[in-house]
Write a protein that binds this ligand. Structure first.
Ligand code: ADP
Length: 485
């Protein structure tokens, strides 16, 4: 079925540089495909280093004026951008489901979620306060102001094609920075549509730029160009580490939202039905393709049988299909390669002794569809325990004591999201403080919103997105010593 939008001008085919829609210098293009059908949605400009350098130069020029725009006026532009995103929510959601595969209800939800960051940071623009600090002697005072960090580059993934950009562009613009965005090649259409709406909202030419194409060439230009002062990245840990290394010679600031290996812990005293609801949503949202998806489900002895029986039943009832169709709750994985990577982890773990309680292989729909899967008898040496799965696969691990489960939960290089279910207030504090994670969901399976600081510890990265802290990644503190008073 062809994609029909009520505003067809939101479907873009070119890069957006300095307020203009442009082709690649060499005229190169690449195809954007629908993972549910394999159909090509459109071809778009495939840019490289030279176009990226021009986008960075344009961002630099534009920032000189943008940073001087009063905070209240910047806030009004962001507010307008938010309004336009919500006005076009349905078109943006249709575009997203077409290029990414997630079910349409989730796409609608993501547009609202992404827009909420734009609304939030517009409000925060007016609260980038400094301090006056007592001086070291009576004739001196220390004054701190916060200034925009400089030209920002954002490299974003395909799993949240809108929100991962909104979470970066909104605080950057609020702080007075300009931005060059490189979206994932699987999902550039959402990014380009956002740029179109930013322009309509009154974002001046050059303040927002979008370049899609060769990741290595665009990435190399972004990381080596001294004009870029900050790189904000969401994606895999190996690429994040490489980008940090590439940023070192020019000493850019970096924010890294990388992989996760989230534990989801169910204690004997948990409300089991509520834990099932939380596990289903935190595991299977976006077909398991989020960095905060539950990756290992730990269940205590006393409730193990009950939880597993209910969880397996609920998993087996999930409807898999084209995300655009009503009633579907699990769409395809983003590519066949992604599906094969998930299957490899599952088959390796089965060979290592995991038992299949539901699913266990590719879906009969073919393509990149995968069966919602539950594996039991999982141990800490197995592939599904150690790796971020990024698919609808639930490894279940049995445990007996708090000490044992904390040790297993923390036995990973990652530290992004974690979840646990208990009704005991002492245990709530003990476990929450003992988990080496940036985010803890307590009796909740959905943890992200614009008011909260999202981010990880250990190899899950650095920096926080959202909340009053989210602006900190986009400002520098300047200290002025005022003497002779
Ligand atoms: P994922 O597993 O989510 O695809 P990646 O880290 O591969 O995670 O991709 C996240 C983003 O990083 C995408 O925009 C991708 O194009 C980009 N990317 C991948 N390789 C590179 C690279 N060598 N340099 C810069 N960006 C890259």
């Amino acid at each position: 079925m062809p994609l029909t939008l009520s505003d067809p001008t939101l479907l873009k085919h070119q890069a957006y540089i300095n307020g203009e829609w442009v082709d690649a210098d060499d005229g190169a293009t690449f195809a954007v495909t629908n993972p549910a059908t394999g159909e090509v949605i459109t071809e778009i400009a495939r840019v490289g280093a030279a176009e990226t350098a021009r986008a960075i130069a344009a961002a630099d020029t534009a920032m000189a004026d943008w940073k001087k725009v009063p905070a209240k006026a910047r806030a009004q532009v962001l507010r307008k951008w938010f309004d336009l995103m919500m006005e076009h929510q349905e078109d943006l959601a249709q575009l997203m489901t077409a290029e990414q595969g997630k079910v349409i209800a989730e796409s609608r939800g993501e547009i609202a979620y992404g827009a909420a960051f734009i609304e939030w940071f517009g409000e925060e623009a007016k609260r980038i306060d400094g301090d006056v600090i007592p001086g070291p002697s009576s004739d001196k005072r220390i004054v701190c102001i916060k200034q925009p960090v400089g030209v920002v580059a954002a490299i974003t993934p395909w799993n949240f094609p809108n929100a991962m950009i909104a979470r970066k562009a909104a605080p950057a613009l609020a702080a007075g920075c300009s931005i060059v965005i490189k979206p994932a090649s699987e999902t550039p259409l959402s990014a380009l549509a956002m740029a179109e709406l930013a322009e309509r909202a009154g974002v001046p030419a050059g303040v927002v730029n979008v370049v899609a194409g060769s990741a290595s060439k665009i990435g190399a230009e972004i990381t080596s160009n001294p004009t870029v002062r900050k790189l904000t990245f969401t994606g895999s840990t190996p690429i994040g580490k490489m980008l940090v290394e590439q940023c070192a010679p020019t000493m850019k600031k970096t924010s890294m939202e990388l992989g996760g290996n989230a534990p989801f812990i169910v204690f004997d005293d948990a409300d089991i039905d509520s834990a099932i609801t939380g596990a289903m949503i935190s595991k299977y949202r976006n077909a398991g393709q989020t960095c905060v998806c539950s990756n290992r489900i730990f269940v205590q002895d006393g409730v193990y049988d009950e939880f597993v029986a209910k969880f397996v039943k609920a998993t087996a009832e999930l409807t898999v299909g084209n995300g655009a169709d009503d009633g579907v709750v699990i769409g395809p994985l983003v590519t066949e390669k992604a599906m094969n990577d998930v299957d490899k982890l599952v088959q390796e773990s089965i060979a290592q002794g995991a038992q299949v309680a539901a699913g266990g292989s590719a879906h009969s729909l073919g393509g990149s569809f995968y069966q919602p899967t539950v594996l039991t008898e999982v141990t800490s040496d197995m592939a599904v325990f150690r790796n971020e799965i990024f698919g609808p696969v639930s490894p279940v691990v049995r445990f007996s004591t708090e000490e044992e489960v904390i040790a297993m939960a923390n036995d990973t290089e990652f530290g992004l999201a974690s979840y646990f279910y208990t009704r005991d207030i002492g245990r709530v504090w003990r476990i929450a403080e003992a988990l080496d994670y940036g985010i803890v969901g307590i009796n909740e399976g959905i943890i992200s919103n614009e008011m909260a600081p999202f981010g990880g510890v250990k190899e899950s990265g650095s920096g926080r997105e959202g909340s009053k802290y989210g602006i900190d990644d986009y400002v520098e503190i300047k200290y002025m010593l005022m003497g002779g008073l």
